[in-house]
Write a protein that binds this ligand. Structure first.
Ligand code: HEM
Ligand code: HEM
Length: 233
């Protein structure tokens, strides 16, 4: 390799593992705060509707809302009852996607080096298996988008792109940890870069569902709402 190539490659490596990590985290945090403010500026407190009884017109009491007491019926009527397999795959995918990065030993070593703090780490073998599970879940999503007519009908190229962006840190993390293909330094650079891109993309792309899905469910009154419903669009 020529000297200039070596120098620019070393610069890229140092940049991706140094300043770029900060840039990615700052964009992620500021973007998230921006989206939370945006949500509250786009939504408002629901108006109170008071009906005035007119001549010959009286307010009938509304029928009581069905209570969600029978959980089995409620679950059966939800998407979990219609397609339990996808719900299991999706739950596994999301839980591991969100939690795994906090418990990977490689990450905790970095936190420890930078700030002297770190979380408990999963045994490496378990983290590695969990990484493979995320990749398999991603492949199941890909299969559905490619081969199930009803899923393909609502799929555009951006869905493939975001599926890839979400899976990329896991694929590259797996290859780096197991030192399987390419040079370790190149693979870990790709890993850090893909992780950074994913983090920065969360507040500004369809990954924003991580923020909005939670906010909306707990604030806006709707069929599947979980909170008091004290906001409206
Ligand atoms: C933001 C910058 C990031 C840096 C600097 C970073 C750095 C690292 C390092 C040094 C390792 C250890 C590799 C080894 O053991 O040789 C690792 C592994 C891993 N990273 Fe990251 N990472 C980043 C972002 C992410 C993100 C966003 C995710 C997922 C959402 C992720 C998921 C993983 C996983 C699952 C592994 C373990 C792979 C395995 O054991 O099979 N990383 N990362
Ligand atoms: C904790 C917050 C999150 C919640 C509540 C959530 C919820 C959902 C829901 C309800 C769906 C649609 C149904 C499904 O395909 O399972 C979905 C799909 C998806 N989510 Fe999330 N999500 C969260 C975080 C994330 C994050 C952080 C990422 C990646 C950066 C992500 C990536 C995806 C992808 C790629 C899909 C589409 C899968 C496909 O191709 O069908 N999610 N999410």
């Amino acid at each position: 390799m020529e000297l200039s190539n070596i120098l620019s490659w070393t610069f890229a490596y140092d940049f991706v593992r140094g300043p770029m990590v900060w840039i990615a985290f700052i964009i992620f945090i500021l973007g998230t705060v921006f989206q939370i403010f945006r949500f509250f500026s786009l939504s408002h407190k629901p108006e109170k509707i008071t009906l005035q009884p007119g001549p010959g017109n009286f307010i009938k009491p509304l029928p009581k809302e069905p209570q969600k007491t029978d959980w089995m019926v409620w679950l059966k009527l939800s998407v979990a009852g219609t397609n339990p397999f996808v719900i299991i795959v999706s739950t596994l995918f999301h839980v591991l996607l969100v939690l795994l990065p906090f418990f990977v030993l490689g990450h905790n070593i970095l936190w420890d080096n930078a700030f002297g703090i770190s979380m408990v780490s999963l045994p490496e073998g378990i983290a590695d298996i969990a990484t493979v599970i995320v990749i398999i879940c991603g492949l199941i999503f890909l299969y559905r988008r490619l081969f199930l007519d009803r899923v393909r009908a609502i799929t555009t190229w951006t869905d493939y792109l975001f599926l890839f962006l979400a899976a990329a840190p896991f694929i590259t993390g797996y290859f780096a940890y197991n030192q399987m293909i390419l040079d370790y330094k190149l693979m870990i650079t790709l890993h850090m870069l893909s992780g950074e891109i994913m983090l920065m993309a969360i507040p500004f792309t369809k990954f924003v569902h991580m923020i909005y899905l939670v906010l909306v469910r707990f604030t806006v009154a709707s069929e599947w709402g979980l909170g008091k419903g004290n906001r409206a669009w």
